[in-house]
Design a binder for this molecule. Structure first.
Ligand code: COA
Length: 342
């Protein structure tokens, strides 16, 4: 069976920087509180009406990934687009990206909605399509606009200070077909996916949905209705995150007979710097083995891993043959990991 590898990476973040001080003008919070609890110093927000959307940011990140892979959009066989914040309720952003890339190149476009784990889930799907030989080059995108849907008052402060906007993309293709890929080839070695739906409402946006449609919201006209803002049981999410992150990283290491010390880099989903630091300690990784950029972008959900990967590659943090761990946890709850030989 073939193996897949990442051929090129790219990212895009909006220019508009929103500092903790900026947020403290809108809600009762402080730079010190946000940095101490989350590590976040600033994040990016789109400017409403300025042209950036989940789909357009995904497109810009894709152009960079395609360029770095040396591949034209017409040579992509399939699109996988992960987001919890699509431009429309339906259709998903995948078809918008298909149109932007090459309108007459009518390849399939799959939308993934696994929130913070969305990128790793999407990568896993791409990996399976390449392994079976169905496709040779797949564009995998994570893109989010959170800023349009946050409660920017003191009521929503535990959520609104955390999330930011941005996009990342990778081109996944066929790894070298010569040699013994099972022992020394590069590419995606394994992916591991999990979910536990009993905690679905601990981190969720409940409406608009078929359970609570827009007409209900408007008819009820209830100023206390928070159902269309993200709800997060922060402490509960934190505790589950550190457990599940650690489990799924160990699962990937054990499945491949690899020790934590063998990893060149781990890129965790950028949920909270304290979560990343806790996992680092629990797995036993040195500072140079963990990549964090949440300080500058906040939590960009499905976009966080590909943005971080794109920056890590640009900084020369990965060389051919290096072992890379990706791991994520988030709403669902869902969690996932991928082990890659770069
Ligand atoms: N600024 C100032 N105070 C804030 C605040 C903010 N932005 N957000 C919450 N607070 C207050 C709370 O109202 C509470 O006040 P009270 O004690 O008077 O009731 C106090 O700070 C402590 O709140 P708590 O929720 O217990 O804080 P915490 O230490 O758990 O930190 C999070 C909150 C959200 C930072 C933390 O729970 C977290 O990071 N959880 C995981 C989030 C995450 O990773 N989500 C994405 C998963 S993919």
């Amino acid at each position: 069976m073939k193996r897949s590898k990442i051929l090129g990476v790219g990212h895009f973040v909006p220019d508009h920087v929103v500092t903790n001080h900026d947020l403290s003008q809108l809600m009762e919070t402080s730079h010190e509180w946000v940095v101490e609890r989350t590590g976040i110093e600033e994040r990016r927000h789109i400017v409403p009406g300025g042209g950036d959307t989940t789909a357009t940011m995904g497109y810009k990140a894709s152009l960079m990934a395609l360029k770095n892979a040396g591949i034209r959009a017409e040579n992509i066989d399939f699109i996988i687009f992960a987001t919890l914040s699509p431009d429309y309720y339906f259709p998903g952003s995948g078809v918008q990206l298909q149109e932007m890339l090459s309108p007459d190149h009518t390849i399939g476009a799959l939308d993934i909605r696994n929130q913070c784990s969305g990128f790793v889930y999407a990568l896993s799907v791409a990996d399976q399509f390449i392994r079976t030989g169905m496709y040779r080059r797949i564009l995998v995108v994570g893109s989010e606009v959170h800023s349009a849907g946050l409660d920017m008052t003191t009521r929503g402060r535990n959520v609104s200070v955390i999330f930011g906007d941005g996009a990342g993309a990778v081109v996944v293709g066929v790894a070298e077909e010569n040699g013994d890929a099972s022992t020394d080839g590069n590419g995606i070695l394994s992916t591991h996916l999990h979910s536990e739906g009993r905690h679905a409402r601990e981190l969720a946006v409940i409406s608009p949905s078929t359970q609570h449609w827009i007409s209900h919201i408007l008819n009820e006209n209830n100023p206390d209705d928070e159902s269309y803002y993200p709800y997060m049981n922060g402490n509960f999410v934190f505790k589950h995150a550190i457990t599940r992150f650690s489990e799924v990283i160990k699962e990937a290491l054990e499945a491949n007979g690899i020790q934590a010390g063998d990893l060149k880099l781990m890129i965790p989903h950028q949920a909270n710097l304290r979560i990343s630091q806790y996992i680092q300690q629990k797995i036993g990784l040195r500072d140079d083995q963990v990549y964090n950029n949440i300080m500058r972008y906040g939590n960009t959900t499905a976009a966080s891993i590909p943005i971080a990967l794109s920056e890590a590659v640009a900084e020369g943090r990965l060389q051919r043959g290096d072992l890379l761990m990706l791991a994520a946890f988030g709403s669902g709850f869902t969690w996932a990991s991928a082990l890659i030989r770069w």
